[in-house]
Design a protein around this ligand. Structure first.
Ligand code: PLP
Length: 401
């Protein structure tokens, strides 16, 4: 089991494994001792194009030599260009660029609330969310996520959120009231245990919101940007477009970049002075975001993610069938996958790392496998071999402890 890092002057909000990576290439990273790992963690589903992708290195280096940062009080041509491309590829008309997923969620919530207040319905501020959700660690995002452990000790949570059980249609309908503004949902819950809403549920949510005059907000921070084989996960469902969507992680593929997308109607309250960010959408981030989109929208990229995702799913089904004492089921879609563990998922995660396979934990006792989207079949085969070896280690008691 990888040891935990020794204490330092870094605020101890994480308990990192005592392994530091000094180099990455494609789907592999190397630690300080020169040991190679297959990276099916990808910086928690963020490094969509893997490590040191040539197109990203070129875009970043080129922009780094021109200009990094100017602030949003000056025109940023890269923002106009990236917003054009993102809106052309989605339901949206307008984009606000952020540095992170939590900020994208904050902007999404503000956009929804402001929509109603700008229409003279300032009493419609409540947002319905789902149990198991994770929207980030800022105070608004924490209140939206409703995870008691994460809220503990931080005072009165931001008011205005009503949480219902994931997938409970009746509870959802019952929660809608005269003060409801929006429904906020991850099409596939990531941190909550890779729980996917079936496509027909997304279509149903869209219909419900339209019928009841509510805004539909998707959090596609983890499941978006190609990870399911569609540019955004909801695009796999018919007629399920949201009014507002938060994006991050893969859009910067390891660079701090997020975005909140909206229709012009939903964003009608977001006029001058209503929101801002010093660094959000700076020229460096825009260069990276543009390079990521070039790769993802190139012919064949997303269809290859579909094929790889199916292949990973099939491999994991076989693994689960072969290890019934340890694994319960396979979850997810595309390259956002998980196996649910019957014993402590951290034991299997440690055993994977020991074997040279990076993965991620998750709620509901899952082990998440979220590789970069640039992998090929050989990486899937290698991951399966390493996962089976880790499961054997756990069974033999070596991964425990
Ligand atoms: N929303 C979802 C679905 C996430 O998975 C995350 C992070 O894991 C966030 C929001 C928060 O993103 P960030 O950590 O970039 O603030």
């Amino acid at each position: 089991m990888p040891a935990l890092a020794a204490a330092s002057h870094v605020m101890p909000t994480y308990r990192p494994f005592d392994v530091a990576f000094v180099r990455g290439e494609g789907a592999y990273v190397w630690d300080e001792a020169g040991r190679r790992y297959l990276d099916f963690n990808a910086g928690i589903a963020a490094s969509a194009l893997g490590h040191a992708h040539p197109a990203m290195v070129a875009a970043l280096s080129e922009q780094a030599q021109k200009i990094w940062h100017t602030s949003n009080i000056f025109r940023i041509p890269g923002q106009v260009e990236l917003a054009d491309r993102l809106t052309a590829a989605t339901f949206a008309d307008l984009v606000f660029f952020t540095n992170s997923g939590a900020e994208a969620i904050e902007c999404a919530i503000k956009t929804a609330r402001k929509y109603f207040s700008a229409r003279g319905e300032g009493n419609r501020q409540r947002v319905i969310t789902f149990d198991g959700a994770f929207h980030g660690r800022t105070l608004g995002a924490l209140a939206a996520g409703g995870n008691a452990a994460y809220l503990d000790g931080f005072g009165e949570p931001l008011s205005g959120f009503d949480q219902v059980a994931f997938g409970d249609h009746e509870a959802l309908e019952a929660a809608i009231g005269p003060h409801t503004a929006a429904i906020l949902v991850e099409p596939i819950q990531g941190e909550g245990g890779v729980r996917a809403l079936p496509p027909q549920c997304l279509t149903g949510l869209r219909r419900l919101c339209s019928e009841r005059g509510l805004l539909l907000i998707y959090d596609e921070v983890q499941c978006g940007m190609g990870r399911t084989g569609a540019l955004f996960a909801h695009q796999r469902a018919e007629g399920a477009a949201p009014d507002i969507m938060a994006v991050a992680k893969g859009i910067g593929s390891g660079f701090p970049l997020g975005a909140s997308l909206a229709t012009s109607d939903a964003a009608s309250g977001m006029v001058v002075g209503t929101h801002g960010s010093t660094l959000g959408g700076n020229p460096l981030a825009m260069a990276v975001g543009g390079a990521v989109l070039d790769v993802m929208l190139a012919d064949g990229f997303l269809s290859s993610v579909v094929a790889l995702g199916d292949a990973l799913g099939a491999r994991l089904e076989r693994v689960v069938a072969d290890y019934p004492d340890q694994l319960a089921e396979v979850r997810g879609a595309g390259l956002l996958r998980a196996v649910q563990c019957k014993h402590d998922n951290r034991v299997l995660l440690n055993a994977c790392i020991d074997r040279g396979l990076l993965a991620a934990g998750g709620g509901d006792n899952v082990l998440r496998l979220v590789p970069p989207l640039i992998i090929d079949e050989s990486h899937l085969a290698e991951a399966e071999t390493l996962l089976r070896a880790a499961l054997d280690d756990v069974a033999a008691g070596e991964g425990a402890g």
